[in-house]
Write a protein that binds this ligand. Structure first.
Ligand code: BEZ
Ligand code: FE
Length: 287
């Protein structure tokens, strides 16, 4: 049969008929159908298709050991969040994107330690509990946290300014599932714009900013791990995250506290910002 606009899709889908892995055959068939429909709908010129290939080539060429431009592309197209949301569970804290800055191992720290190694910012305490959906504490849960500083930079972006591990910590919840650590209130910041994804945002009039947040990966035996953020409630860009990662249940007040007893117990001076963020883990097998 001749290859025509009408027969193209069947011809390509049929060519994958011998694929042994059934899931792979399903994915390739669906990809072919959607891609062909897209091309039939927008009818790109040869030059436009070459531009598209050049763009994807540039995305690949921008990738190295510490830069993943394809993930960034998936982030700004909302695909990363779509995959997260489809794979999330309704029985636990909502998940969000991992992001590119979880690239070094967080140093182990004791509950109450500060992850702000420079001590330059406004004092802040983050505390909460790790729980099951019915409110049972999860003692010994592991919390991996990482965040940018008050200027909006992660340690790996400022190796001459910030010591490695600044803004990072690996904590273990206590016998009652509680955790607490000291830090600074993070800033909003732009995603990397010095590559093709930055040019895409520019060409479409989109800003590159993410609202202020602290990243968490929380794990406990017998439970599904969650990759999430706590978002600073009044942060700029809370309604227009460049990577669509905000979920209302994750927005938390970093309220100013003048409580002298709390301050002494937590090792900070008043006034300090206090964010309370409980994390609920769903049981294994509940997805
Ligand atoms: C981040 O929050 O670290 C991040 C997420 C997606 C893209 C860029 C940065
Ligand atoms: Fe981040």
């Amino acid at each position: 049969m001749d290859f025509t606009v009408e027969t193209a899709t069947d011809a390509v889908v049929e060519s994958f008929r011998t694929t042994k892995d059934q899931r792979l055959r399903e994915l390739l068939g669906s990809l072919t159908r959607h891609l062909h429909d897209f091309v039939r709908e927008v009818e790109p010129t040869i030059e436009e298709w070459e531009q598209a290939i050049d763009f994807l080539t540039a995305v690949g060429q921008k990738c190295d050991d510490t830069r993943q431009e394809f993930v960034l592309l998936s982030d700004v197209l909302g695909v990363s969040m779509l995959v997260e949301t489809i794979n999330g569970t309704e029985d636990g804290t909502e998940s969000t994107v991992l992001g590119p800055f979880h690239m070094t191992e967080s140093p182990s720290r004791e509950l109450g330690d500060s992850i702000d190694l420079l001590g330059t910012g406004r004092a802040c305490v983050v505390s909460g509990r790790v729980l099951t959906a019915d409110g049972t504490p999860l003692p010994g849960a592991e919390l991996d946290v990482w965040q940018c500083n008050e200027q909006g930079f992660y340690d790996v972006q400022q190796p001459d300014v910030q010591p490695p591990g600044n803004g990072r910590g690996l904590f273990r919840a206590d016998d009652e599932g509680r955790y607490w650590f000291r830090t600074v209130v993070p800033s909003h910041y732009p995603i990397p714009t010095d590559g093709p994804v930055g040019r895409l945002l520019d060409a479409t009039g989109r800003h590159p900013y993410r609202p202020a947040h602290i990243h968490f990966i929380v794990k406990a035996a017998g439970h599904l791990p969650v990759t999430t953020h706590v978002f600073v409630a009044d942060s700029p860009y809370i309604d227009s995250d460049a990577v669509f990662a905000v979920k209302s249940g994750l927005i938390t007040e970093f309220a100013e506290s003048r409580d002298e007893d709390d301050a002494e117990r937590l090792g900070v001076a008043v006034p300090f910002a206090h964010a309370r963020f409980d994390i609920v883990l769903a049981p294994e097998g509940s997805r």
